[in-house]
Ligand binder design. Structure first.
Ligand code: ADP
Ligand code: MG
Length: 246
């Protein structure tokens, strides 16, 4: 598996406080990775650095076959490279149907002029249907997004990100506020998505992380404290001390 993203020696301080401290991290092309760690460990800041929202004081963030530096790119340029990010709060269009939300997300791949004269092709409709199936919303295609449950809205937003065909999908605490059944379906959706792209999931829920069945990176005070299987990291003394034992 070739490396898609390589973060090395990255540090960032806010008013003298080192939120990210000499952090290094790599992820491969079609890899699922869970990132865990106590509150304030730097998980969200780490995602902010990858997406260009926060600029590090030092270090490198390299992307793709050509090892292009993401640090030299604007947030929108980074998104164009194939970095998709899901925030905690869903931002779907509540008055539009599930199908229309997915169709709008497809449109974002087009030039402004093409969007202006956009008329969905048969292929676009097929793509919307297959995206809906991927996120378990095929039976809800014609429903208004505003009528969906919290969990379903989260899936719709994941579907809207998948419509952009990102090579790397960043997801921050997707299971928050979900029912156990919704959590389970969310793991299924993410595991499926990670078959064809890299997915980084920040999550607190250990059962959720266990079901992702992937390598886990533990962050603490802005650095990697441990990395490996869930059983490996949860039996690590340092991890138990700072995170699990609290
Ligand atoms: P996590 O997501 O792991 O809970 P964060 O990345 O949100 O942690 O935050 C890491 C640390 O950096 C925290 O102490 C937080 O208060 C601080 N921090 C994050 N963003 C900013 C900011 N824009 N300005 C000042 N401090 C920040
Ligand atoms: Mg956070």
């Amino acid at each position: 598996m070739s490396t898609l993203l390589e973060v090395s020696g990255v540090s960032v301080s806010f008013d003298g406080f080192r939120a990210i401290n000499n952090l290094s991290f790599q992820i491969g092309d079609a890899e699922m990775r869970a990132v865990i760690g106590p509150n304030g460990a730097g998980k969200t800041t780490f995602m902010d650095i990858i997406t260009g929202k926060t600029r590090p004081d030092e270090g490198r963030v390299l992307w793709g076959e050509k090892s292009a530096s993401l640090l030299a790119m604007s947030e929108s340029k980074i998104a164009q490279q194939g970095v998709g990010r899901k925030f905690q709060r869903p931002t779907v269009f509540e008055d539009q149907s599930v199908a229309d939300n997915l169709m709008l997300a497809l449109k974002k791949n087009r030039s402004p002029l093409a969007v202006l004269f956009f008329k969905p092709s048969a292929e676009d409709h097929e793509r919307v249907e297959s995206l809906a199936a991927e996120i378990g919303l095929a039976p809800a295609l014609s429903r208004k997004a505003g009528e969906l449950s919290h969990g379903q809205k989260q899936w719709l937003e994941i579907g809207m990100l998948l419509a952009q065909e990102p090579r790397l999908l960043l997801v921050d605490e997707p299971a928050a506020g979900m029912t156990p059944a919704e959590r389970e379906q969310t793991t299924d959706i993410l595991v499926e998505a990670a078959k064809t792209r890299a997915v980084v999931v920040v999550e607190h829920d250990m059962e959720f992380v266990r079901r992702l069945n992937c390598k886990v990176t533990v962050l603490h005070e802005g650095s990697v404290l441990a990395e490996g299987s869930i059983d490996h990291v949860t039996s690590d003394e340092k991890v138990i001390e700072v995170y699990l034992g609290r």
